[in-house]
Design a protein around this ligand. Structure first.
Ligand code: GRF
Length: 206
């Protein structure tokens, strides 16, 4: 059993997808021990509460990145977190956390990386850029976090077709429903059952 800690900032629908998958046993050997939010009013906190999961707000207001990272790291250690899952977490974290948890931080991104990723590409902005580009396919990616934003080793991807009448908002919702909520639980299941190995920036599935 691996202790999983979620980092969130918003709605927490991906967190919910993982909770549901643990409950229906499609994800095994994962125990969500805490949900840490960068925002006080994130609905993800409510989801944690409803499901009797510990939660904590660690906001970045008035502190520098180094101190913020230290606070996160300290709490993650207190909770004995072994795997960090960033699911809609809008904060950058410092190098110290990334190296301490090397190959033990998973992020979900709402596009087919490396396209539509990197600095400034988060939330609805991703879907706005996708629609503007007139791409016909988008989707979601899970990857390990390194110090280069959205460029860590890719674990799983799922594509979806873009419809002519899709808007950034409709696409955001469809990418969640048809891609994110499937690949994030699957990724966590693979990790917690020791089926992933990182080699030279690639992920091998055992
Ligand atoms: C998702 O689209 C995720 O890919 C991105 O932020 C969004 C979070 O959604 N990183 P939710 O809070 O899980 O509903």
């Amino acid at each position: 059993m691996k202790n999983v800690g979620f980092l969130v900032s918003g709605e927490g629908s991906n967190l919910q997808a993982v909770i549901d998958s643990i409950n229906n046993k499609s994800v095994n050997n994962a125990n969500i021990v805490t949900v840490i939010s960068s925002r006080e009013n994130a609905y993800a906190l409510e989801r944690a509460k409803i499901n009797n999961i510990d939660s904590m707000v660690i906001a970045r207001s008035n502190i520098n990145l180094e101190d913020y990272t230290k606070q996160l790291l300290e709490y993650l250690k207190i909770m004995r977190v072994e795997l960090i899952v960033m699911a809609g977490f809008t904060q950058i974290v410092g190098e110290e956390l990334v190296s301490e948890y090397a190959n033990r931080i998973i992020n979900i991104h709402p596009s087919i990386l490396p396209f539509f990723g990197g600095k400034g590409m988060y939330g609805i902005k991703v879907h706005e850029a996708v629609i503007k580009s007139k791409a016909r396919i988008t989707g979601a990616t899970t990857h390990f976090v390194t110090d280069i934003i959205d460029r860590g080793p890719i674990i799983l991807q799922k594509e979806i077709h873009i419809n002519e009448n899709d808007t950034p908002l409709s696409l955001q919702q469809r990418v969640k429903e048809e891609a994110e909520w499937l690949i994030l639980p699957k990724t966590i299941d693979l990790y917690c059952n020791e089926k992933l190995e990182v080699k030279d920036n690639y992920v091998l599935k055992k």
